[in-house]
Design a protein around this ligand. Structure first.
Ligand code: UGA
Length: 435
């Protein structure tokens, strides 16, 4: 059993804290936001993440998971310190490292014995070296072991991704640091989870290269889907056959309104900036970002065409506000790109999401929000599905048609039956499927 502190209680910090305590370690999740810590101590979880609540509760009950706002105490009492603070995007597109730098300074001043300092936050290559420099301002190299241990957690399935990872990446500066991390993640070694034992810089790059590749895959399939629409091919069959080739794999080949979330948009930009800084443009990723921006606009144009270019004054129902199902996260969600464009064209928006409405209301308080899809679509001129929540997959299309003023629908996630839409005489559009 090791004493571990996790600095930052965002979804990465909380999932990591809960997951590592599940392995039997003594974990303290730390945040400077005292209100958040109070809430966590009272059993209130600030994010919607399936499975997280029960994991946090069971480990708190077993007295191996704690929440604290006292960062200095937590650092002093720990053997291993995970940095899991936010790395937001600056206006320039570069990564804002101010929180990483700030906690590194606090760690630097509070190292009282040999500790592992391990970064989970997604940080550009070279950040490890920067953190080490900060640590060396008050300590010797022999006082700490630095490790980069990127996360590959998807929101909505982060707990599962943590407990059953495809691989574990450990970029350790020394053999000693690697063997301590091996102990932290002992259950993965026993399960024979593939472990990549590599350098700090390589681990940092693996994270960006993985996320950018997945984003590339999505932009690629979106472009092919758009071309399918023109040539009369069906993207589902194309993607399925492509995915059956083991070299390609079927994952992340689902076309849609464009990728969103707190990771892909930010990480692709960061990789592009990293390339520019080293005078080595990453052109494929630049193109993926461009294609993604156009995909959002393409959705607006589809709605415009479905409404015969008469969007002004029309009532449009939006089903799904979160950037993907099983999360209340709306950061960079297609909804945040598409809804403002529709409003600027004079549309009136009815909106519904099973969990993300409160988050959406913060920036868009004036939409008409509803508590279920049925009320949302009542009397509307068109309906747009932006997130593939299960409850939208099961929509009764007869009922939908009855409730709407006009049976017009844009299914950006291709979750509705084309056959049934046709049978019911819907005017509809999707992404890359024969209509
Ligand atoms: C992503 C990565 O998948 C994780 O491995 C990584 O750890 C995480 O970023 C991170 O860096 O923290 P996440 O952003 O939670 O996870 O969600 P994804 O499931 O990857 O979806 C991202 C976006 O791509 C969503 O808008 C989703 O709808 C879209 N997407 C995904 C598609 O349009 N098509 C697909 O086939 C898959």
């Amino acid at each position: 059993m090791r004493k571990i502190s996790i600095l930052g209680t965002g979804y990465v910090g909380l999932v990591t804290g809960a997951g590592i305590s599940e392995f039997g370690h003594h974990v303290t999740c730390v945040d400077i936001d005292k209100e958040k810590i109070n809430q966590l101590n009272n059993g209130k979880i600030p994010i919607f993440e399936p499975g997280l609540n029960s994991l946090l509760k069971s480990n708190s009950k077993k007295e191996r998971l704690f929440f604290s706002a006292d960062i200095e105490k937590a650092i002093k009492e720990s053997d291993i310190i995970f940095i899991a603070v936010g790395t937001p995007q600056k206006n320039s597109g570069e990564v804002d490292l101010r929180y990483v730098e700030s906690v590194s300074k606090t760690i630097s001043k509070n190292l009282n014995k040999y500790k592992i300092i391990c970064t989970k936050s997604t940080v550009p290559v070279g950040t490890g070296e920067l953190i080490e420099k900060i640590l060396l301002e008050n300590n010797d190299r022999s006082d700490f072991g630095y490790v980069s241990n990127p996360e590959f957690l998807r929101e909505g399935s982060a707990v599962k991704d943590f407990l059953i990872p495809d691989r574990l990446v450990i970029g350790a500066r020394s053999e000693k640091a690697f063997s301590i991390m091996k102990e932290v993640y002992r259950p993965f070694f026993i399960n024979e989870t593939p472990i990549v034992n590599t350098s700090v810089e390589t681990a940092e790059m693996i994270k960006y290269a993985s996320n950018a590749f997945l984003a590339l895959k999505i932009s690629y399939i979106n472009e092919i889907a758009n071309l399918c629409e023109i040539v009369g091919a069906d993207i589902h069959h194309v993607a399925k056959a492509m995915g059956q080739d083991g070299r390609i794999s079927a994952k992340f080949l689902h076309p849609g309104p464009g990728f969103g979330g707190s990771c892909f948009p930010k990480d692709t930009m960061a990789l592009v900036n990293m390339g520019k800084n080293f005078n080595h443009p990453v052109k494929t990723v630049e193109a993926a970002i461009e294609v993604n921006k156009e995909q959002f606009l393409r959705m607006v144009n589809k709605i415009d065409s479905l409404l015969d270019h008469q969007v002004s004054g029309k009532k449009i129902a939006i089903l799904g506000l979160s950037f993907k199902p099983q999360t209340d996260d709306i950061r960079e969600a297609p909804s945040t790109k598409i809804i403002p464009k529709l409003i600027s064209k004079g549309a009136k928006i009815n909106a519904y999401d099973p969990v993300a409405i409160e988050n959406f209301k913060i920036n868009y308080p004036d939409l008409n929000y509803f508590e279920n899809w049925e009320d949302t679509v009542k009397g509307v001129d068109a309906c747009v599905i932006l997130t593939e929540w299960h409850e939208f997959r099961g929509i009764d299309l007869r009922k939908l048609k009855m409730l709407m003023s006009n049976p017009i629908i844009l299914d950006t996630k291709n979750i509705l039956s084309i056959k049934e839409l046709k049978k019911l005489d819907f005017k509809y559009e999707n992404i890359g499927r024969k209509i």
